[in-house]
Write a new protein. Structure first.
Length: 374
């Protein structure tokens, strides 16, 4: 059996949930002795390389040509048995069964953006891709509900499989060199992700400013991510609130350093207004770090009772939760213990391994059969 994967997310400097999803599925596949081919463009890198995984660079003048012409030809040439897309899209005509992954539908109707023609077009395309695919994966029950509601796909056509947790995410000590590399001083509260509006970081900054002065002065708020476009606005907000010395923007965190940065944090915070899964919260729990997260999207499914869940639109609730965690060592210890236990529920055999199970089960289905039936 040969698994083919759209690996364009595997690029140097990329730190996304989709990239992690790809890596964990490849790990699960090669652990079973399966052969994999990753298709990418000239910037695609699989680092470190994996035995049993071949990277094939495909040229394409534009994305749609790559998706619908170059990729199907490569699948036929290489004798792929099944194709996994970590995105909502896949070739409409392919020589093998297709499995698409719809992590979320933020690209349609994003809050604050009025794009009726774009949204209508993308809805039609997403519905078409999903119906043509032999199988559809969602990261959470929340995402499955959104796919059913917005794309009209039957719920039974969607398999819910959480995103896999890498084995490197475990309690890890933060070294002095790592602390210096990212400009950190103990103790600190960590956020990891992009700075898009739905991440709710502006409200987090205001909530941080409202903390009791003793707690605020004793801690840093670390906003880690490579979103240079939106970082200046957050930095300006921090300056207006007098938080210049209380906030740090370390940029992208190297994969090798990320578990230690989680492990060295007093708490991790994810105040998103919407999440298709919320992988950083899971990674933080696996590293023994107490989690404060919003009660939105899939976060309650991921965090469960192992973290403090708050109203995403209430700055007061966010401030109170942060103060509770920062000011109470017993609360932190209890949340850390709960988080470690919760993270065990996302072991490879229950996440990425199930994706591989689905791929194996899909081999042999005639391309397009499920789509016509749905």
């Amino acid at each position: 059996m040969r698994i083919a994967l759209d690996g364009r997310e595997l690029r140097a400097g990329v730190r996304t949930g989709i990239r992690r999803y790809c890596v964990e599925v490849l790990r699960a596949a090669v652990s079973r002795g399966l052969s994999c081919v990753v298709y990418g463009d000239r910037s695609t890198r699989l680092e470190p390389p994996m035995a049993g995984v071949t990277v094939s660079v495909l040229d394409g003048a534009w994305t749609q040509w790559w998706d619908q012409v170059t990729l199907p030809l490569a699948l036929r040439r290489d004798g792929a048995d099944v194709f996994l897309s970590p995105y909502y899209k896949a070739p409409l005509a392919a020589p093998c069964p297709r499995v698409v992954t719809i992590h979320d539908l933020y690209f349609i109707g994003y809050a604050g953006h009025r794009r009726p023609l774009y949204d209508a077009t993308m809805t039609r395309l997403a519905r078409l891709y999903a119906r043509r695919a032999e199988a559809v994966v969602a990261d959470s029950e929340h995402s499955r509900g959104e796919i059913v509601r917005r794309l009209g796909l039957p719920a039974e056509r969607i398999t819910v499989i959480p995103v896999g947790l890498g084995p490197e995410f475990a309690p890890t000590a933060l070294s002095a060199a790592q602390r210096a590399r990212y400009g950190l001083r103990a103790p600190y509260v960590l956020y990891v992700g992009n700075f898009l509006p739905h991440k709710n970081l502006s409200r987090l900054v205001r909530a941080w400013a409202a903390l009791p002065e003793s707690l605020r002065r004793a801690h840093q708020l670390v906003l880690a991510g490579g979103d240079r476009t939106r970082q200046p606005a957050l930095a300006s907000q921090a300056a207006v609130l007098g938080l210049e010395d209380a906030m740090v923007f370390p940029g992208l965190i190297d994969d090798a350093d990320l578990p230690a940065l989680y492990g060295g944090a007093t708490a991790f915070v994810l105040p998103s207004l919407e999440e298709g899964f919320g992988l950083p919260a899971l990674e933080a729990m696996a590293c023994g770090t107490p989690v404060v997260a919003s009660r939105r999207g899939a976060l309650p499914e991921v965090v469960g009772d192992a973290g403090l869940l708050v109203d995403a639109e209430s700055e007061g609730a966010l401030t109170a939760a942060l103060a509770r965690v920062l000011g109470d060592p017993d609360q932190r210890a209890e949340l850390a213990t709960r988080g470690l236990l919760r993270a065990r529920e996302f072991a490879a055999e229950r996440t990425a391994g199930r994706v591989v199970d689905l791929l194996q089960a899909t081999v042999g289905l005639r391309p397009g059969l499920a789509g016509r039936a749905g």
